[in-house]
Every structure is written in structure tokens, then in C-alpha cells.
Design a protein around this ligand. Structure first.
Ligand SMILES: [Zn+2]
Length: 188
């Protein structure tokens, strides 16, 4: 997935270069001495403001841009690229009171603890206690564990190529750790 925030702030040639990979799933680079094709199948997700100040069409706030600026701002993204975006949604500004709702804050805090604070603290603790190469192998198991958790919790099934990629990451890390610590025999 390719996420472009502030879509209208990108150069137009940069955005227009996305049209071919979006349509054909292939990125072609042509130079004088030949051309190469790279696979480029991706899902494009983009976000942008309605104008430079961000308040155009806002029911509560006054847009500070001069007349015509919001239109010019939106037109920075070319029509052919806009046409290739299958779903376009206008999102209203979320009122501050809703963001401060205790239920929303509680869920946000829970997600932050589970996704960042707790795993990061545990990793730091493990790094302190374990030999570096054991820690390296454990870290390399993360994608494998994520694959397993995705399958068990979300029912997500990876393709053969993705499973092979995860396997290669694990093998490469284990190999690197093994050869880095060649003096004492590696314990498995
Ligand atoms: Zn504005």
C-alpha cells in the first residue's frame, strides 16, 4: 500500500508518473542504453486538504485563502490521476469534544500501550538480558509471529511468495547471527 499524505503538495510530474504503475502494475524505467520493468502492484491511498489553510467548506471556520485559491489547490492534482482513484470521501473535521470523549481516549491509550509502549519496553528489556545474536534471531522471528497472529486473530492468509519472504528473513538473520558469533559454537 502506498499512502501519500498532502497529495496536492507533490510535484505534478511526480504524481503523473504514478499513472502507468497504477494502471498496469508495472514500473518502466527507460534510458538510452535500455529499459527495465519492475513489478509495482500497489494500492494507492491519499489524503489532502480542500485548500492550503484547510478550512474551505468548513461549516464553523472561515477559509483564509484568497478567492480562487481553493480551486487552484485542488487542481494541482491532475484529472487523469483523480479519475484513477476509485473511492473519494470528503471527511469533515472532527470536533475537539469528540476527541476528548473518555471512551475514545481509553481505546487510543489501549492501542498505544499494546502496539508501541509494551512491545518496545519488552524489547529493550530483552536486549539488556540476552546476548546480541540471540536477540537478533528473536527479532527476525517477529515477521513469522506477525504472520501467525494475523492468521489466528484476523484470519489473514499470506501467499506462497510472502511466506517464502518471511522464511528467508528468518533464515538470513539466523545465518548472520551464527556467522557473527563464529568463535563460540551457536546454540540452537
Ligand atoms: Zn483555505
Amino acid at each position: 500500500m502506498l499512502f501519500l499524505d498532502e497529495l496536492a503538495e507533490f510535484d505534478r510530474p511526480t504524481l503523473d508518473a504514478l499513472r502507468q504503475p497504477l494502471e498496469e502494475g508495472v514500473l518502466m524505467i527507460a534510458r538510452a542504453h535500455g529499459h527495465v520493468r519492475y513489478p509495482a502492484r500497489f494500492q494507492l491511498v491519499a489524503a489532502m486538504n480542500p485548500c492550503r489553510c484547510g478550512y474551505a467548506n468548513d461549516p464553523d471556520m472561515q477559509c483564509r485563502c484568497s478567492t480562487g485559491d481553493p480551486d487552484r489547490y485542488v487542481r494541482r492534482v491532475s484529472g487523469p490521476l483523480i479519475d484513477r482513484l476509485d473511492i473519494q470521501i470528503e471527511m469533515a473535521r472532527v470536533p475537539v469534544a469528540e476527541l476528548l470523549d473518555p471512551a475514545v481516549l481509553g481505546v487510543g491509550l489501549g492501542v498505544a500501550m499494546l502496539s508501541s509502549a509494551i512491545p518496545y519496553s519488552l524489547e529493550l528489556e530483552a536486549l539488556r538480558r540476552l546476548p546480541a545474536r540471540v536477540f537478533g534471531v528473536l527479532m527476525s522471528l517477529e515477521p513469522a509471529m506477525a504472520t501467525l497472529a494475523g492468521f489466528v486473530v484476523l484470519g489473514e492468509v499470506l501467499g506462497a511468495r510472502e511466506i517464502a519472504a518471511v522464511g528467508l528473513v528468518v533464515v538470513a538473520s539466523a545465518g548472520a547471527a551464527r556467522s557473527a558469533g563464529a568463535a563460540p559454537p551457536a546454540r540452537d
